[in-house]
Design a protein around this ligand. Sequence first.
Ligand code: 4NP
Length: 161
Amino acid sequence: MRVLFVCLGNICRSPTAEGVFRAAVERSEWAGRVEVDSAGCAGYHTGDPPDPRSQQAAKNRGIDLSEQRARQVRPDDFGHFDYILCADFQNLADLEEVRDRYEATGASSKAKLDLFLRQAKIETEEIPDPYYGGPRGFDHVLDLCERASLELLASWAPPTS
Ligand code: 4NP
C-alpha cells in the first residue's frame, strides 16, 4: 500500500500527516507494508525541512519530522500511490488538475484522491492551515491527523499474506 499526503507547502500539514500516519502504521498489523510520503501543491518550499513549529508540536508527542524534506507533487505520483490524501478543498482542486495532466499523457491514475479527513470519515473535512496562526493550530493539526490515521487504518481490510 502506498499513501501520499498533500497540502500547499509541504512544510506543515502534510509532513505532520506523514509522520503521524507512519507511526500509526508501525504500531498496526500494516507495519512494514505501507510506503508513506508527502508533497506540496506548490514548490516554493522544495528541499526545506518541516516548519519548526510543526516539528516541535510533533516532537512533543514523540514523532520526529526532522528528516523530511519538502517536494512538489508530480503527475506520476498518480501512477505510483494507491491513495493521495490532501488537507483542504483547494489542494483537491489543484490535484485534480495534476491528475488531468497525468491522464492527458495516456496514462491512467491508480490513486484514490480525496481529503484525508473525509476518507477517514472524521466529522470535519479540512485540516486548517496553521501557518499564519498560533501554536494551538499545530496541536490541532496533530489531533486531527492522529484520529484520522487510526480511522483510516481501521477501515482497511487486514493485509493479505
Ligand atoms: P502547509 O502550510 O500547506 O500546511 O505546508 C503552508 C506553508 C507555507 C505557506 C502556506 C501554507 N506559505 O505560504 O509559504
